[in-house]
Design a protein around this ligand. Structure first.
Ligand code: NAG
Ligand code: NAG
Ligand code: NAG
Ligand code: NAG
Ligand code: NAG
Ligand code: NAG
Ligand code: NAG
Ligand code: NAG
Length: 311
């Protein structure tokens, strides 16, 4: 039986000090950051390269016996190799789509130490993939690319559901809606695992400073801290859960966790109480899990770790 105790605290997944952000075009009239289709496809390819390296790396690191010794089902490793190969296919499609604008693979460092901690991080990363495509969709304009992105998104969602459900014995979906992430948020979640990239990628260092929420229990106060000396007091924590965004002002270093959060949710710090975009986000992203059982009973304790049985 795999245990969650050895699993690294992934919920405080943070924007790394090292990283890059795809250059943003600021629309001076509306104050909203916008992205063109090439930039979105480059972000998608960046994350696909990362996922491809993540899954194939774990297969190199751990054999069948390692998987079963760590309490993972005997069939899990075989399916993870299907996923690795599908991520590679996504890389090839996007590389071919982007042509000379294609970004290349980077070097990565993933913090898993065992098949079970790999599976826990796999749940987070496949969820980030889904949220990145959902959030980036609005910027795609070419019909064929929208179709391709939809076909990739639904496959990523199947990966995420299989990992969260059969492998990690949790809820296979979050609710009626997956949670879209802003482009900068999705990038920040991936960037923390990137250690270096080819200069060809023309990376400029920027990811949101880290955001950590402690003791995340629905309806209860949680302490908020941010990296890079970002002030949290008086700012807002925007909770993304499904299509809902709930703003809570930080007071005495704390926010009360909204009780409508469910499944995989994310939190960012904003300087606005009504808009959470790459213009207003000042730190993030914290990944929050509010698992629920097959009877629909929502567990009130948000978890940093995953993979405890609750079917
Ligand atoms: C997209 O934005 C990037 C970065 O600002 C720019 O270099 C590129 O020319 C733009 N592409 C299109 C098709 O507008
Ligand atoms: C699997 O890997 C472990 C080390 O992680 C090693 O001890 C074992 O011999 C390997 N088993 C097979 C069948 O290769
Ligand atoms: C990856 O790391 C190796 C070893 O440090 C280095 O030689 C290589 O240039 C790096 N590659 C990229 C793409 O950053
Ligand atoms: C975490 O929240 C629970 C439930 O509200 C509370 O009992 C506990 O004291 C809190 N722990 C910390 C360290 O704040
Ligand atoms: C935070 O502020 C302290 C005191 O001003 C400074 O020494 C430190 O370098 C700052 N840290 C960061 C990450 O900016
Ligand atoms: C928003 O949260 C409420 C619970 O407060 C939930 O019933 C509803 O489905 C959510 N809506 C969306 C669009 O996620
Ligand atoms: C949001 O901020 C505005 C301006 O400070 C204020 O008027 C409004 O009451 C605030 N709304 C909420 C829900 O806090
Ligand atoms: C643009 O966004 C910033 C930060 O949220 C805000 O302070 C400013 O008032 C906004 N400007 C306009 C014109 O909306």
């Amino acid at each position: 039986m795999k245990t969650s105790s050895s699993i690294i605290v992934y919920a405080s997944l943070v924007g790394a000090a090292f990283g890059f952000v795809i250059p943003q075009a600021r629309d001076s009239s509306s104050n909203s950051t916008t992205y063109n289709e090439t930039q979105i496809l480059q972000l998608a390819l960046t994350l696909e390269h990362l996922e491809s390296a993540f899954f194939s790396g774990a297969l190199t690191a751990f054999n069948d016996t390692d998987f079963t010794d760590d309490g993972l089902p005997v069939w899990a490793r075989g399916r993870f190799s299907e996923i690795a190969s599908q991520e590679q296919s996504h890389v090839q499609l996007l590389t071919s789509t982007l042509g000379s604008n294609a970004v290349q693979a980077c070097n990565y460092s993933f913090p898993y130490t065992s098949p079970a901690s790999f599976a826990a991080l796999a749940q987070v990363l496949s969820g980030v993939g889904v949220s990145a495509y959902a959030g980036g969709a609005q910027y795609l304009t070419t019909k064929q690319y929208i179709t391709n992105a939809a076909a990739i998104l639904s496959t990523e969602a199947r990966h995420a559901a299989w990992i969260a459900g059969p492998v990690n014995k949790g809820n296979p979906w979050s609710g009626p809606y997956d949670t879209p992430l802003t482009v900068g948020s999705a990038y920040s979640l991936g960037a923390q695992f990137i250690t270096s990239c080819p200069s060809f990628n023309q990376l400029s260092v920027k990811a949101f400073p880290s955001l950590t929420l402690s003791n995340t229990t629905l309806g209860q106060p949680s302490s908020v801290t941010a990296g890079n000396n970002v002030t949290v007091e008086g700012q807002y924590v925007a909770f993304f859960s499904g299509l809902n965004t709930t703003f809570v002002q930080v007071s005495n270093g704390q926010v009360v966790i909204p009780s409508n959060s469910m499944g995989t949710s994310y939190a960012v710090l904003t300087n606005s109480n009504g808009t959470a975009t790459d213009d207003t986000i000042t730190a993030g992203v914290a990944v929050l899990q509010f698992p629920y059982g097959s009877g629909g009973d929502l567990e009130t304790n948000g978890r940093m770790e995953m993979a405890e049985a609750m079917m």
